[in-house]
Design a protein. Structure first.
Length: 396
């Protein structure tokens, strides 16, 4: 889809790099600019050594060029790269790019058509703009943690880098929309994406309910506060999640459970009455579910067209036949690490394909290659390397 689009990545860790990787998965040529010597901070996660599974899973389909942005020559090189790019992604703390001489205004002067995406914790303006922002902080301040956890328990962090990834996907969509605008109008623009706003954007339904009622939402664990059954239920050997949206589904569910009183009692006749008697309903349902395994109940419910699914432990996810059918796991040889499995691209397209064209790059692996494409002479490349402005990594 994005073959021919050139992306310049001045980002590190997850939010910016993952967005750039998604663009690379769709065919864009992504050049990742890293610090000589250290590179992206993510390279040192785990055992360090410059390459690990987490870094590889966020940086495939890229080329790495090592440039010291603290030097005038380094900034000049990046501006030359930006002159030929369609997209620039940066996730410096606001103000740093400008201080380096790589802010939107400067880059726009050399390339008015560029789509310049800034991904930060709190956005480019406002009282918190200059604060560093990370995944857990965005979860804490967006209300995501406030809504997560069991009743009576403290606010709970959602597993994974949810806020980072929310910003990645917001930036991914915004960049593609801005490219469409550029093709139509011939102009680029600055995109301001924050972890805080992207995290809050994950919560339109509780926000709407809060605005309407004025009441603070409470932590309710696995259940839906407005709909029931929409909850996790214990079976003989695990848990199943059941979500029922209408009376017909409720009646079919009661018949599968074989509990006529559950089906006919006024206490459970409507969604409102079931919410009022939620604990009693759960006890009755789980008494029946305890007689068979999760797999058996899923099969019975599916035959009756009752929406449900097993609650997997993480290792079980990748054994599910439908996960395998969707091809959600990519596998590749990763230089500097070995054979790796990672998540693949999350959607399919009928006319174009996504694929891993190249593994995550070693630090500075493509410095010489990219500079030669830029037209930098060999003697100049050597001068810059000798001065420490660039680092030339070994090829894979």
């Amino acid at each position: 889809m994005l073959d021919g689009i050139r992306v310049l990545e001045l980002a590190r860790v997850i939010a910016g790099p993952y967005c750039a990787m998604l663009l690379g998965d769709l065919g864009a040529d992504v050049v990742k600019v890293e610090r000589p010597g250290k590179g992206d901070d993510l390279r040192e996660w785990g055992k360090g050594g410059g390459m690990n599974a987490v870094f590889a899973a966020s940086n495939r389909n890229k080329r790495s060029i090592a440039i010291d942005l603290q030097t005038p020559d380094g900034v000049t090189l990046v501006l030359d790269l930006a002159r030929h790019a369609d997209v620039l992604i940066e996730n410096f703390v606001p103000g740093v790019a400008e201080r380096l001489g790589l802010g939107y205004g400067t880059v726009r002067d050399v390339n008015p058509a560029i789509v310049y995406a800034s991904v930060s914790g709190f956005g480019q303006t406002g009282p918190y703009a200059r604060r560093p922002g990370y995944n857990s902080i965005a979860q804490a301040m967006s209300g995501l943690m406030a809504l997560t956890g069991m009743p009576g328990h403290p606010p709970t962090r959602v597993a994974g880098s949810v806020s980072d990834l929310a910003a990645s996907y917001v930036a991914f969509g915004a960049i593609n929309a801005a490219l469409v605008h550029r093709f139509r109008a011939g102009e680029g623009q600055h995109l301001d994406v924050s972890l805080l706003a992207s995290s809050l954007a994950l919560l339109p339904d509780p926000a709407a309910q809060f605005f309407e009622s004025g009441e603070r939402p409470q932590r309710v664990g696995n259940r839906n506060p407005s709909l029931t059954p929409a909850d996790a239920f214990r079976t003989r050997d695990g848990y199943v999640f059941i979500v029922l949206m209408n009376p017909a589904q409720w009646e079919r569910c009661c018949r599968v459970l074989g509990d006529d009183e559950l089906r006919t009692s006024p206490r459970f006749a409507t969604n409102a009455s079931r919410l009022e008697h939620h604990r009693d309903m759960v006890e009755r349902i789980e008494t029946v579910l305890a007689t068979a395994t999760t797999a058996e109940w899923v099969e019975r419910f599916e035959k009756a067209s009752i929406p449900c699914g097993p609650i997997y432990e993480f290792d079980q996810v990748f054994e599910d036949p439908h996960v395998k059918h969707l091809g959600l796991v990519a596998e590749m040889d990763q230089p500097g690490h070995g054979r790796l499995r990672m998540l693949g691209f999350p959607f399919r397209a009928s006319a174009t394909d996504t694929k891993v064209r190249r593994p995550a790059p070693l630090l500075g692996e493509h410095t010489r290659e990219v500079l030669e494409e830029l037209g930098v002479a060999e003697h100049e490349i050597q001068r810059l390397a000798d001065a420490g402005v660039i680092a030339i990594g070994a090829p894979a």
